[in-house]
Ligand binder design. Structure first.
Ligand SMILES: O=C(O)CCC(=O)C(=O)O
Length: 313
């Protein structure tokens, strides 16, 4: 039996997760709340939750009053304020010059030092995963109170930092919704925060997104016949998901925008905003950037494609 086949077997993760009780403890109360007969370590996917109400609680309206006591919002430029107020309409917002040059330089130096000392390395080709676990500086950027207060309003709940990803090159990731990777019940309990750690341009793989695509249905395992069985994950691959997404975008005639960001700019995307990375054409250039993903507290948090509960530190 090869490793890939073993990973398709749901119990392969289950045994690992039995020993992760501390990181999965929230599931105990949540499964009770939703009357799910599952252990904290059990495999979970949208199929297990399909009998629960599915109305879109993640689409709501926002106005200035929502941000009355949010210091970060009050200190934004008029352009960035307007962008935040339009978050629900567009599925994203941009805070220009969120970090100062010196703050970005310190983060870049920290990443260089961590790579040199082998504290972190690259996974999935070009991603440095979870640098927040190794760097107090990067963790403090993700957990910054002013930022988190703003995210709380956009999530209509408490934002909880789950993951970070650092890039030195463009991700070149095909268009996707984060919800296929980090999923919640109720749907929509996730935000992505992307920070430019240098300017992006047409040649170094800038970020792209499809405005308003967050209002489209969530495309999960069922959408590409990947639900699997009680024992096995679905037989489809991630590239099958990407193909389905590509066909969906063409069919709906969605319009892409490319973000030419300036060093220090910050973009927040909705859980279901379709986004990805453009080709990194000039490999002699870098495209340093950082992503934080936040779950909404008191949501059931899991990974749809691998049907695993999320391990929350
Ligand atoms: O930085 C990029 O190019 C895309 C990153 C991304 O899609 C993600 O982290 O979900």
């Amino acid at each position: 039996m090869n490793l890939e086949f073993f990973k398709k077997y749901k119990f392969s993760y289950l045994f690992y997760n039995i020993f992760q009780r501390k990181k999965l403890i929230n599931n105990v109360a949540l499964y009770k709340k939703y009357n799910l007969s599952k252990f904290y370590f059990s495999p979970i996917s949208s199929k297990d939750l399909s009998h629960l109400p599915q109305e879109r609680t993640d689409l709501f309206s926002l106005n200035e009053k929502n941000f009355e006591n949010v210091e970060l919002f009050n200190n934004l430029t008029d352009n960035s304020k307007e962008s935040v107020l339009n978050f629900q309409e567009n599925g994203f917002c941009i805070l220009n010059s969120y970090l100062k040059d010196a703050e970005v330089d310190a983060i870049n130096q920290e990443i260089t030092n961590m790579i040199e000392s082998q504290k972190v390395g690259f996974r999935y080709r070009n991603k440095i995963m979870f640098s927040i676990h190794y760097s107090k500086l990067i963790d403090s950027v993700g957990k910054s109170e002013p930022l988190n207060k703003l995210l709380d309003v956009l999530l209509q709940g408490k934002a909880q930092l789950f993951q970070s990803i650092n890039f030195l090159q463009g991700s070149e990731q095909a268009t996707h919704s984060d919800t296929i990777h980090m999923t919640t019940y109720p749907l929509g309990g996730l935000l992505g925060v992307w920070i430019a750690l240098e300017d992006t341009n047409a040649e170094n793989g800038p970020l792209h997104y499809y405005p308003q695509s967050h209002k489209m249905p969530y495309l999960l395992n069922e959408s590409f016949d990947n639900q699997g069985t009680n024992f096995m994950l679905g037989s489809k691959t991630y590239s099958d998901y990407e193909k389905m997404m590509d066909a969906f975008i063409k069919n709906k005639n969605l319009k892409k925008e490319i973000l030419l960001a300036k060093k220090g700019d910050l973009l927040i995307w909705h859980a279901n905003l379709l986004h990805g990375g453009e080709p990194h054409i000039n490999k002699s250039l870098t495209r340093k950037s950082m992503v934080f993903h936040y779950f909404k507290k008191d949501s059931i948090c899991y990974h749809e494609i691998t049907q695993r509960p999320s391990l929350i530190q």
